[in-house]
Unconditional design. Structure first.
Length: 380
């Protein structure tokens, strides 16, 4: 039996065009250091800057605003650590740990408040409550993700940007857009954001490459000192081949977005209809079509994954960036779910290569996996 991969929110398979770009790049006898002044270095620099320009075009940013990083987590960390002033930091209650942990650490070291913006039961930030909290706290930095990585909830960034504009002193505004890129149209210039994080491997590009979009002229403090690459924000020899693959992944994503969204919306509806027939299974949020999150009564996330694994179906309990540690979903708890419910989370995420056969296999395996998980719980 061939494996069925439905964990695109963790990482997406390489898109065909990306695979071709990488194969051709690694077939070259040399891609030199793009910072070298000789002819080979200049050729590598041209490849790097072409990738930077294309990424900027697809995301609505100027090339100079694209700072290459080693991935999304590093982009988040650079933004939070580098843009925080001496005043409070505000984040939503459902942020990825790359934002939440860095914000907590910075606030602790600076001795400033960490303001948590609550979400409603649907996982979306409560803008009215956020406005009150932000007005009272007057933070210097606000970070709210564009799309939640566990349940796909779309956050009201435009509304929050308007709130920030109305404050006596406008704070800097960062968004983790790692799950939004490729699923929603993004326009950095028109977003009201000062910084935005994106990652290649969520799009079907290579892992180990991401970008922080940083408004031109905005200073950012960093401890990544060295050769001064990437606006002296992320020093070190750049990953030219990774940048080439990243740009190609974005290109294919933008070109195929309409058709992929249409197909995955239909797949989502099929999955939700089938899930509604399983007692005790509930979808937790509406949002992007590609990310579906369930709670399953009488199950644990580990039991569900074990059940699906028996059918060679690859799904997850939530974020894949938690180093395999099993614990209740903090996202679901922030939405008002109990610890028991938050321990029964299942994430199904679709992508560019999801097929009818994949969805049919998942639908067939879902009640069996729930049965396995409940049987395991019954033994305790």
């Amino acid at each position: 039996m061939h494996e069925v991969y439905l964990d695109y929110a963790a990482t997406a398979p390489l898109r065909p065009g990306v695979h071709e770009v990488l194969v051709q790049a690694y077939a070259r006898p040399l891609i030199a250091n793009p910072n070298a002044l000789h002819v080979a270095g200049r050729a590598a620099k041209e490849l790097l800057e072409d990738a930077r320009e294309r990424i900027g075009k697809y995301l609505g940013a100027e090339p100079a605003e694209v700072i290459f990083t080693g991935g999304g987590t590093e982009a988040d960390a650079l933004a939070i650590r580098g843009l925080a002033g001496k005043g409070p930091i505000a984040i939503s209650s459902v942020e990825h740990e790359a934002v939440a942990k860095n914000a907590a650490d910075v606030a602790n070291k600076l001795g400033c408040d960490l303001v948590i913006l609550p979400v409603k039961s649907d996982g979306v930030v409560d803008v009215a409550r956020a406005e009150t909290l932000l007005t009272n706290a007057m933070p210097t930095l606000v970070s709210v993700m564009a799309v939640n990585n566990e349940n796909g909830a779309i956050q009201p960034l435009a509304d929050l940007a308007q709130v920030l504009e109305s404050l006596p002193e406008k704070p800097l505004f960062h968004a983790d857009a790692i799950q939004a890129a490729g699923r929603l149209p993004l326009d950095f210039a028109a977003s009201g954001l000062d910084a935005m994080s994106v990652a290649s491997h969520k799009l079907g590009g290579p892992a180990g490459i991401g970008a922080l979009l940083l408004r031109k002229g905005l200073p950012l403090d960093t401890d990544r000192k060295g050769g001064g690459q990437e606006r002296d924000i992320r020093s070190g020899t750049q990953n030219v081949v990774g940048a080439m693959g990243f740009a190609k992944a974005l290109e294919e994503t933008v070109a195929c977005r309409t058709e992929e969204e249409r197909r995955n919306t239909a797949f989502r509806e099929q999955i939700l209809r089938s899930a509604a027939q399983i007692p005790g299974v509930e979808v937790t949020a509406e949002g992007v079509s590609e990310i579906i999150n369930f709670t399953c009564e009488g199950c644990t996330s580990e039991g569900l994954l074990f059940g699906f694994d028996q059918s060679k179906i690859c799904v997850s309990a939530g974020s894949a960036c938690k180093a395999g540690v099993a614990r209740p979903s903090s996202v679901l708890q922030a939405m008002g779910r109990s610890e028991v419910e938050a321990s029964s989370s299942l994430r199904v995420s679709l992508g560019w290569n999801t097929s009818e056969a994949d969805v049919a296999a998942f639908i067939a395996a879902f009640p069996k996996a729930v049965q396995v998980a409940r049987r395991l719980e019954g033994r305790k």
